[in-house]
Design a protein around this ligand. Structure first.
Ligand code: CO
Length: 134
């Protein structure tokens, strides 16, 4: 059911420093910061030959990233995102198998303008999993 690894998201305590490290030290293609108020994050997209990295930084008062950074002050991998062809069918299959979809259970429009949903980390070996319809 799952296809390509779409991205790995890393929460960072200093977005400018992290972007500069990927651009200048690791030599990656690093985009400009983008505010995603619906998701409570500012994102920097890094394009690699086979996938993307997303640097996440809290935006606003109720950012889902703020608590993560409190527990992981030097930053850390926040989630991984797999591509699926039909997110509604994927959600149905997963919930039927007992997995929990976060939020109200319905896909939301994600940072790339496509439907996404998140699966409970306790159901996936301690890893927050995002599915994105492509
Ligand atoms: Co993501």
């Amino acid at each position: 059911m799952i296809g390509k690894l779409n991205h790995v998201a890393i929460a960072v305590p200093d977005l400018e420093a992290a972007a500069a490290q990927y651009r200048d030290t690791l030599g990656a293609e690093v985009g400009p910061p983008q505010d995603e108020p619906d998701h409570g994050v500012t994102v920097v997209f890094i394009t690699l030959p086979n996938t993307k990295i997303e640097l996440l930084y809290p935006l606003g008062d109720n950012s889902p990233i703020a608590g993560f950074l409190e527990k992981n002050p030097s930053g850390g991998i926040h989630h991984i995102c797999y591509e699926v062809e039909d997110i509604t069918a994927a959600a149905l299959k997963l919930t039927t198998a007992g997995a929990r979809v976060l939020g109200d259970g319905n896909p939301k429009i994600g940072a790339h303008g496509k439907p996404v949903l998140f699966l409970h980390p306790k159901d996936f070996n301690g890893t927050l999993v995002e599915l994105e319809e492509v």
